[in-house]
Design a binder for this molecule. Structure first.
Ligand code: GLU
Length: 315
């Protein structure tokens, strides 16, 4: 395991969700996650977040791994699939249950929308949970028997904010918007829980990800604390957006690596384009991720979301 010059073990990760093709936006985030750790001599792990039920597309895991390799990213050891770690998530949920940090909740999404006192107030994944099931059931079994529904398990949030320091954005207030789900109604782990259990278990010290996940961080910090696990440092980078300023998506045209490659875009041309989108190289440069290591500087990254269409790549 690589030891950076200050003697502290540094471990980062690439954590793709195989819910579709890797596109310019997520490729840029993975490039930055890779550069920020490799430039300091650290270890990079690959974790495939393949537990998001129906959103996971068949074949997408292999395609994502192939795309990352084609781009020139590497990692230490074998890829870890979240789907192989379900017993670890269940064990963590067991701990939270034993400590009464979670409670059964039978509310559906539409019930939560109807009950939310301030419907305009939203968490990152929907309306703020109004606490309907807090203290409502004596146990999971009681929730099932009384309502005929399989409950989810929600984390009991006991404060408004968890301030933290973000390595790119500086001090964050860390507002926590309501009790959140750690185990879904189908018994599967929620993203918030799985990511914490995995990052802790894999010894991840540095998380770099897109800032659409910024609202998740205070929740995850609460989970670290409740599970008695040391949190990593967090670094949230601006998203790549389409022409309309919204997060890059299919409707902006195909920016998948696969499609670009099929159009004849070479890996070093794409690497150069991503480096340009990171403020690391002028437009039109060709380079591999490895060539960016020697002068990598996160401070060069634009502070605002960058527009990341394929123009200039196909010309
Ligand atoms: N799997 C998530 C994604 O692809 C990233 C999760 C994380 O970095 O915490 O957006």
């Amino acid at each position: 395991m690589a030891i950076p010059s200050n003697g502290v073990r540094l471990v980062g990760r690439l954590a793709p969700s195989p819910t579709g093709a890797l596109h310019l936006g997520n490729a840029r985030t993975f490039l930055l996650a890779w550069l920020s750790v490799r430039a300091r001599g650290g270890t990079i792990l690959l974790r495939v977040e393949d537990i998001d039920g129906p959103r996971v597309k068949p074949g997408a895991t292999a395609a994502t791994v192939a795309d990352l390799r084609w781009l020139g990213l590497d990692w230490d050891g074998d890829a870890v699939l979240q789907s192989s770690r379900l017993t670890d998530y269940a064990a963590a949920v067991g701990k939270l249950l034993a400590a009464s940090r979670v409670y059964p909740c039978v509310c559906t999404r539409s019930e939560i929308e109807d009950a939310a006192s301030a419907p305009h107030e939203t968490a990152d994944d929907g309306p703020v949970y109004p606490g309907t099931c807090r203290g409502r059931f004596a146990s999971i079994e009681a929730a099932c028997v009384e309502t005929g529904r399989e409950p989810a398990l929600r984390f009991r949030v006991d404060r408004d904010a968890v301030p933290f320091e973000d390595a790119f954005r500086g001090p964050q207030r860390g507002r926590v918007a309501g009790d959140f789900v750690v185990q879904k109604r189908d018994g599967g782990p929620a993203y918030q829980l799985a990511v914490v259990v995995d990052d802790a278990e894999q010894g991840v010290t540095d998380v770099l990800r897109a800032d659409d996940l910024l609202p998740s961080t205070p929740r995850q910090l609460l989970l670290y604390q409740a599970l008695g696990l040391p949190p990593p440092s967090f670094c949230h980078v601006p998203l790549v957006v389409g022409e309309d300023g919204l997060r890059l998506a299919k409707r902006h045209g195909d920016t998948s690596l696969r499609w670009l490659r099929d159009q004849g875009v070479t890996a070093d041309r794409l690497g150069g384009h991503l480096a340009f989108l990171c403020g690391l190289r002028p437009k039109g440069t060709k380079c591999t991720p490895r060539e960016l290591l020697r002068d990598f500087d996160l401070d060069k990254l634009p502070r605002a979301p960058v527009r990341g269409d394929e123009h200039g790549l196909l010309a």
